[in-house]
Design a protein around this ligand. Structure first.
Ligand code: T5A
Length: 230
């Protein structure tokens, strides 16, 4: 059985990475992973991220997030680097794992490009849609969890970590346009993109995500029936 791709999205500091790890642990602790494996629906559970989900992607990530010492990265070059990372990730990691029946938890995917390079940098959204299609070869997420947090609060959280990468250092208005992008995307794709209130505590955010995951897993695999069967 083909696997499923679950993506975590949102502005800087919205808590995606924290919640992706918590979701991975919850899938194990709650017994979902074991149940799906026993029934033959799931081969394995993996986590990954963009940019940087492959060896090549890690090098691209460093290019994208390091502070440039000599020249600024131009917006179209930035867009193409994210697309290159994604093409490698889709062909070299995501599709092979999906074919093997994996459940994949992925930190960022195509909606980040629309929000950051489209709404944030102002690159034409049709061009980004075309490029996303080239990079993914049509692979869409089965579910995207959008951690909704205002940009200023997210930046305060990241600043508390003490270091800021190249994109985190962009001005607040850039991050507010990114947030607007995610908001409009969620309105446009209500089935695929589910809003999570990321202003709550870590535990409360995790509980919202677990509720959504429980519903989706049950719908995908009919597992409520399987659980009842024991
Ligand atoms: N990008 C990416 C593009 O521009 N285009 C693209 O196409 C793609 C794919 C990637 C960068 O590249 C950009 C976006 C990014 O700028 P990244 O590392 O994936 O970099 O992205 P970041 O958003 O920078 O990831 P972070 O790890 O910095 O932020 P997260 O994952 O949102 O947040 P997290 O979980 O690390 O938490 C941040 C801090 O907040 C605390 C945590 O303890 C941590 O200190 N926190 C909370 N505090 C209070 N309440 C809660 N509920 C909290 N949850 C977490």
């Amino acid at each position: 059985m083909r696997g499923k791709l679950i993506v975590f999205e949102g502005v800087e500091g919205c808590g995606k990475t924290t919640q992706l790890r918590r979701s991975q642990q919850w899938l194990v602790d709650s017994g979902w992973q074991a149940l799906l494996q026993t029934k033959g629906y799931l081969q394995h559970l993996v986590t990954t991220r963009e940019p940087g989900g492959t060896a090549l992607g890690l090098q691209v990530r460093q290019l994208l997030l390091a502070q440039p010492t000599t020249e600024a990265i131009e917006s179209r070059a930035e867009l193409l680097l994210y697309a290159a990372d994604r093409a490698q990730h889709v062909d070299g990691y995501l599709n092979p794992h999906l074919l093997q029946g994996a459940l994949i938890l992925c930190d960022r995917y195509t909606d980040s490009t629309i929000a950051y390079q489209g709404y944030g940098r102002g690159i034409d959204l049709n061009l980004i849609a075309q490029l996303n299609h080239v990079a993914t070869n049509g692979l869409e997420s089965d579910l995207t969890l959008w951690l909704d947090l205002d940009a200023a609060t997210g930046l305060v959280r990241t600043q508390q970590r003490g270091t800021a990468d190249r994109i985190e250092q962009a001005d607040l208005s850039f991050h507010q346009r990114v947030q607007q992008g995610f908001t409009e995307l969620a309105q446009r794709h209500p089935q695929r993109i589910i809003r999570i209130d990321a202003t709550r505590t870590e535990t409360e955010v995790a509980e919202q995500i677990q509720t959504v995951l429980t519903q989706r897993l049950a719908a995908w695999y009919g597992v409520e029936r399987l659980k009842a069967e024991g």
